[in-house]
Design a protein around this ligand. Structure first.
Ligand code: PAF
Length: 282
């Protein structure tokens, strides 16, 4: 696996793969890779023959009081994992390479509707930063297919809407969340948790399961269900940012008639913000 950090070198390597008749698969990441990320590479390899992973901690998607400076950067370990997973090319641009004219006057991509509410309310500007960097990565690598984790359910909805609205000829694949044995969704931010917090964290998934099971059983009293789960989470020591039932494609608040649902949540454990979701059809 080669690692390149310029757009020019990325384009040259992709062009060579294309000349050899290969289909290009892209896996954008911010690094500090865990087995959830490796699963994205494995899935990409089922749909493409030349796999490009990217590692870029994108300042444009972090709020002023968020963890941009402390976000874990583990390039050597990440390179080893990607190499073992069969990745062909790693793109690790600097901030200057991605935003050569600075971020202030950078053209932005904003996706209305699905970006609003949930994480869009708690992290203003976040999805504009995500949509902007992902569209830049798409233009740089020009993949046939790109794979994203379903753990970031709203992010995936934003990317799907962007690709649809801007007629980008790229197949988007959502890969199911990879979980620890106790149910906690794997996340680079889990590393921020103390041992005590780590023991409490699976409560988030347990409550999603409880709500999902009730919905599956035909319960449409969303509010009391969610209130009870929020109470359980707060008494376990989490601070709930949001816990909601949404229609899974549009992300609008769910109604009793909806069949394709997502139970979606964000909660703080100390300073660490965890997100998770459970997608169900009924
Ligand atoms: O999910 C992530 O790691 C990031 O939001 C992404 C998609 C790589 C864009 O920076």
């Amino acid at each position: 696996m080669n690692t390149v950090n310029s757009v020019q070198a990325l384009r040259a390597a992709v062009a060579e793969a294309r000349r050899a008749g290969k289909r290009i698969g892209l896996v954008p990441t911010m690094g500090n890779l865990h087995s959830g990320h490796i699963q994205l590479v494995t899935r990409a390899a089922e749909h493409a023959d030349f796999i490009v992973a990217t590692i870029f901690v994108n300042p444009l998607q972090f709020g002023a009081n968020e963890d941009l400076a402390s976000y874990p950067r583990t390039l050597t370990a990440d390179q080893e994992k990607l190499q073992q997973a069969g990745c062909h090319l790693l793109f690790t641009p600097t901030v200057e390479e991605m935003y050569p004219n600075g971020m202030g006057e950078q053209t932005r991509v904003s996706v209305p509707g699905v970006s609003e509410g949930l994480c869009g309310s708690s992290r203003p500007g976040h999805f504009e930063g995500v949509a902007t960097v992902v569209s830049k990565l798409f233009n740089m690598a020009q993949p046939d297919v790109a794979v994203f984790g379903e753990k970031d359910f709203q992010q995936l909805a934003v990317i799907r809407a962007m690709v649809r609205d801007l007629n980008m000829p790229i197949q988007i694949i959502g890969e199911p969340t990879v979980r620890a044995a106790d149910g906690l969704a794997l996340s680079s931010r889990n590393g921020y948790l103390s041992d005590e917090q780590r023991a409490v964290a699976p409560a988030l998934y347990r409550e999603l399961q409880r709500v999902a099971a009730a919905l599956q059983g035909g319960d449409n009293a969303f509010e009391p269900l969610l209130n009870e789960s929020a109470r359980q989470l707060e008494s376990a020591g989490l601070r709930v940012d949001y816990l909601e039932v949404r229609e899974a494609t549009s992300l609008r608040p769910a109604t009793a008639d909806d069949r394709d649902l997502v139970v979606i949540a964000a909660a703080f454990l100390g300073k660490t913000r965890l997100i998770d979701n459970l997608h169900l059809k009924r």
